[in-house]
Design a protein around this ligand. Structure first.
Ligand code: PMT
Length: 338
């Protein structure tokens, strides 16, 4: 779970993690599809963004009946993916199975079920003609048109994870594939990633039995994956991570700490209850100063806010993505400047 608790006694380095935890069975197949997708984008001259989205699970048993989950519907990731596509990026959308996806997110079964706006035409004597209610037509046409265009251009590739183990293996493999793009790759790490896990070697094979009173589980710490991502797997990619907090006083210091610790390009801080209308961008003010030597004034901090009372249909991801596209372009230009 994503938590600030320091109670775990064991922490895994990334090397130890990958040496001891098995890869998902579909990894090789997934990676070869990603490779084909990336090659196509390189040939077509598109920038590529990896969007991670949704929460990871931590299974408690090998034959899994119970698991811990991480909060995230996948709204941030799925919405942002649409705006990246609109900005001309190719998108690898790596998401938790059954979480929201670009385009279909507009018709989520819980908030906007599509059966509610379909009509059976009464003038059709066979009763087989189905139509979309008038009030829904404009939006559906809009979403469907873009969806079809994206599929035609082949600019969206989808990958699915469930467990934190799937996520870590996949992130490592995909980031290595993206490294051929150099600065033309962007990483948008919006998934809610578990901080603790149960190594395979410690898992019960079968369903944990009740009847022995309370259950005590000691979990190990998941390696902080941003570190090898930045330092080893993709040295040139533009990396954006998210920091989720529930205490507003921790948002700024924790976002700064994340940036100092990993040395990447942007941390976007978001408060659980305010994330739909405000986020904080934190980036380094000076790239020349060692990151672990930086003070509050050494960070550039920018709030992005929208007014949902004035414009309820506005999505903050539109402004987040617009800002990132500008910064990513500047980052690409910077490399070309002698
Ligand atoms: O999907 P929604 O309902 O719209 O919600 C969106 C969101 C709130 C989940 C999203 O905006 C968000 O904040 N995602 C990051 C949540 C999270 O896991 O925060 P964290 O503080 O635990 O981790 C911070 C960063 O460290 C993350 O970018 C993560 O990729 C990274 N991390 C986390 C754990 C780990 N072992 N290694 C990591 O590198």
């Amino acid at each position: 779970m994503s938590s600030s608790s320091e109670s775990s006694s064991n922490s895994f380095s990334a090397e130890k993690y990958f040496a001891t935890q098995p890869p998902p069975s579909t990894l090789e197949q997934d990676v070869s599809r990603v490779r084909e997708f990336v090659d196509r984008q390189v040939a077509e001259g598109r920038k590529v963004v990896l969007v991670t989205s949704g929460g990871t699970t931590v299974p408690l048993e090998l034959n899994v009946v119970r698991f811990l989950d991480n909060f995230s519907a996948g709204t941030r990731g799925a919405t942002s993916a649409e705006y990246f596509l609109k900005a001309g990026y190719a998108v690898i959308f790596m998401h938790r199975q059954f979480s929201l996806q670009p385009f279909s997110r507009h018709y989520s079964h819980s908030t906007h079920p599509f059966l509610d706006f379909l009509d059976i035409d009464p003038t059709d004597t066979d009763g087989h003609k189905i139509s979309v209610t008038r009030a829904e037509q404009a939006q559906l046409l809009n979403v469907l048109t873009t969806y079809k265009e994206v599929h035609q251009t082949g600019a969206l590739h989808t990958l699915t994870f469930v467990t934190v183990n799937d996520y870590l293996w996949m992130l490592r493999a995909v980031s290595k594939e993206l490294s051929i793009l150099g600065r033309n790759s962007l990483f948008y790490l919006a998934a809610a990633v578990s901080d603790f896990f149960l190594p395979r070697q410690k898992m019960s094979e079968h369903k944990i039995q009740s009847g022995k009173g309370s259950l005590h589980i000691e979990m190990d710490q998941v390696p902080k994956i941003l570190k090898p991502l930045v330092n080893e797997w993709t040295r040139e990619g533009f990396i954006v991570s998210f920091k989720l907090e529930t205490d507003p006083d921790l948002l700024t210091p924790k976002s700064r700490t994340a940036l100092s610790r990993y040395g990447h390009q942007v941390v976007i801080g978001n408060d659980l209850h305010r994330r739909k209308f405000e986020v904080l961008f934190v980036s380094p003010a000076s790239s020349s100063k060692p990151l672990d030597d930086q003070r509050p004034g050494d960070f550039v901090e920018t709030w992005i806010r929208i007014d949902l009372a004035k414009d309820p249909s506005k999505e903050i991801e539109e402004d987040i993505v617009a800002e990132l596209v500008k910064r990513h372009d500047a980052w690409i230009r910077e490399a070309k400047t002698p």
